[in-house]
Write a new protein. Structure first.
Length: 201
């Protein structure tokens, strides 16, 4: 199933990318009427992102491409994965210190941003991230108030990944992304898709 086929059938699309092939992606979708959301991984608001992703110049490339393509009305979003200490050897302090600057960057570029902890079972990291997000009144943060509170309090919800999320590989084949056949962790408490929980409270 091609992107064009999905677009013609008015299916809402999202393309997730680390940004390395961002120009190529934009070239392929720029003429679409219903442009897909381009969800870009961005884990720091400066060149520390290059260290995290092991790709020199990637941060500046992402920011430049977004600014150059504003006129095409492409809906960009950022997805920030937040790490605790000692996860990435070259960034021993983690990237929790970048959360406020990532929020400011998203506001400046008018690009919505979603945050997720690298390890949801890391209670300390979850609480730090949740507190920072709760203090922010930025309209560009995609995480709901319920999600922010849950980061601080505890897990209290039901997994929705098999209801609302479908992931396709480059050939259009559906990837297994439900809790019975999960290719990330097979444990709901550590679910990669922590942002798609329906909360009971």
């Amino acid at each position: 199933m091609s992107l064009l086929c999905l677009q013609k059938n008015s299916i809402k699309m999202q393309i997730s990318t680390n940004g390395l092939e961002l120009n190529k992606i934009i070239k392929n979708i720029v003429d679409y009427i219903n442009k897909p959301i381009i969800n870009i991984s961005l884990d720091a608001a400066n060149e520390d992102h290059d260290i995290i992703r092991d790709s020199k110049g990637l941060f500046n490339k992402i920011i430049t491409v977004i600014k150059e393509n504003k006129r095409h009305n492409i809906p960009f979003t950022f997805n920030a994965t937040i790490f605790s200490e000692n996860i990435i050897p070259s960034l021993p302090d983690g990237n929790i210190k970048h959360v406020s600057n990532l929020i400011a960057l998203s506001v400046g570029l008018k690009v919505p941003i979603n945050f997720q902890p690298y390890a949801p079972e890391d209670e300390g990291l979850r609480k730090k991230l949740g507190l920072i997000l709760l203090k922010s009144d930025s309209p560009y943060i995609l995480n709901t108030l319920s999600y922010r509170k849950t980061l601080i309090d505890s897990h209290n919800g039901e997994c929705r990944v098999s209801w609302i999320n479908k992931s396709l590989d480059i050939h259009g084949k559906e990837l297994p992304t439900n809790k019975d056949n999960c290719y990330f962790c097979k444990e709901c408490s550590k679910c990669y898709y922590s942002c798609v929980w329906i909360f009971n409270s």
